[in-house]
Design a protein around this ligand. Structure first.
Ligand code: ATP
Ligand code: MG
Length: 441
């Protein structure tokens, strides 16, 4: 991409209504623009990052054996009346009437709709276990939308639903999702801890929120530092790994403020290990058994020809909130550095010789070579002065810069990783460095 052809509306000043860093940076770097309270447009830079995050979430869901589908944003009120949540969900639900005066709503979540699809199409235990998911926009009419896309009204969520024949199998599905969440967040370089949580309006028996530590977070967590000593890389989706996982996370105290028990915390967690911190909720998993399968009549026949209401769980990741959460976890002194897995471009080429044809040709040639080698790079070919080019790209946080000026020979490039000193490299080593840096993404 050449910057002169791109749409990147950068703002110099810190927007006065943006209270937290991620919101400020997303506005300043032209990632998002507010349409109306809590509703945002995603401009090209923000959209590109959002898509990268979405694809990683999708990849890890697929690896865990979940199957992708797509349900609509608009749902009928009927099924919500059947489940009893049409009234109990409260004012966060946006209710709509169509021209025939039929009652519709913009989906805040999809337990009802997926249960309806299940009950109309699945009748036998032979179809179980089943994990279905979709990645779709949700609407919740939050009373106080704030912090940009972190707590907004329209947001992108990945939601998975599990269907099992009995409680024991349903627990396996639950821990499969827990493992897949840990693997997902690690790919963004985020350390997210599953914390025992209240089940809220979803209802049910077992629930964990996934929290990343950040001072600007709205959740408060109480836990033991030992909980972080856990490697998920080698764990697979089998009984042994899932047992290891569940026993590790049930061994250490972890709780949100809703369920926090001060006495238990003091007794169970040695003083030096006690963590009481703010965090951002990036995911939430629930096991709620037969709650919806009973109210919506989702029944399967067992091997013994008995009828059983299916056992269910639901599992959400805030895909759009993750964009802000990754910024909160990575910014440093006003500057961003994107994790390599989600950076909008792998490197930026900064042409410092806007009036110098030789330099411009050299920068263009480098751009063509990198594109040819399948790197996703952006070339700053604009007339802006060098200092504003540097400032803008430090603000945006693309991890690598290649600076092309008149100082160096034909096959010499200044290569700089953000936050480190630059070095001079030739084209071949430049390509191998980038290949190496992005080999795991
Ligand atoms: P919160 O406690 O933050 O209000 P929730 O518990 O109501 O969230 P869930 O129903 O668990 O949310 O939704 C799954 C995920 O969707 C959350 O973990 C969060 O990452 C994301 N999410 C929920 N509400 C919002 C929102 N208003 N804006 C952006 N993301 C959200
Ligand atoms: Mg939640």
């Amino acid at each position: 991409m050449k910057l002169s052809n791109y749409f990147l509306p950068i703002i110099k000043e810190i927007p006065s209504d943006a209270k937290i860093k991620s919101h400020q940076l997303m506005i300043r770097t032209g990632m998002i623009r507010q349409s109306t309270s809590g509703i945002y447009s995603w401009l090209p830079l923000g959209f590109k990052i959002l898509k990268k995050i979405e694809n990683i979430v999708r990849d890890e869901q697929n690896k865990a054996g979940a199957i992708e589908m797509l349900m609509p944003t608009i749902q009928s009120a009927e099924i919500w009346k059947e489940s009893g949540r049409y009234d109990s969900y409260g004012q966060e639900m946006l209710k709509i009437n169509d021209r025939q005066k039929r009652e519709l709503l913009y989906g805040p979540t999809n337990e009802e709709l997926i249960t309806q699809i299940f009950r109309d199409n699945i009748k036998s235990y032979k179809s179980l276990p089943l994990l279905l998911y979709h990645i779709q926009w949700k609407f919740r009419d939050e009373i106080r939308p704030r912090f940009g896309i972190m707590r907004c009204r329209e947001f992108l969520m990945k939601d998975t639903y599990s269907f099992d024949l009995n409680e024991k199998n349903a627990e396996i599905s639950y821990y499969k999702m827990m493992l897949s969440y840990l693997k997902t967040f690690e790919r963004f370089n985020l350390k997210a801890i599953p914390v025992k949580a209240d089940t809220g309006p979803i209802g049910g028996n077992l629930s964990h929120e996934f929290i990343i530590l950040a001072d600007t977070g709205e959740s408060e967590i109480f836990t033991d530092s030992e909980i972080f000593n856990f490697e998920t890389k080698l764990l697979e989706y089998n009984d042994v790994s899932l047992k290891k996982l569940s026993s590790h996370f049930s061994k250490f105290y972890s709780s949100t403020s809703d369920l926090h028990d001060v006495n238990k915390f003091q007794k169970q967690v040695p003083k030096k290990n006690q963590i009481i911190k703010k965090g951002v909720e990036v995911g939430h998993i629930f096991y709620f058994g037969q709650k919806y399968s009973k109210s919506l009549n989702a029944i399967v026949n067992t091997r013994e020809s008995k009828s059983v209401n299916v056992y269910m769980g639901s599992y959400g990741i805030g895909v759009s909130r993750l964009v802000g959460a990754i910024i909160e976890a990575n910014y440093n002194n006003n500057f961003m550095k994107w994790p390599k897995s989600v950076t909008p471009f792998q490197a930026v080429i900064i042409n410092l010789g806007k009036d110098n044809d030789t330099v411009t040709i050299k920068a263009n040639n480098l751009y063509q070579k990198l594109i040819h080698n399948k790197f996703d790079v952006i070339l700053d070919d604009t007339d802006a002065n060098p200092s504003s080019k540097f400032k803008n790209f430090e603000l945006i946080g693309i991890p690598f810069q290649i600076i092309v000026g008149s100082k160096h020979h034909d096959d010499e490039f200044e290569f700089k990783e953000l936050g480190k000193d630059s070095k001079i490299v030739n084209l071949d080593s430049l390509i191998s460095i980038l290949k190496e840096e992005y080999s795991n993404c």
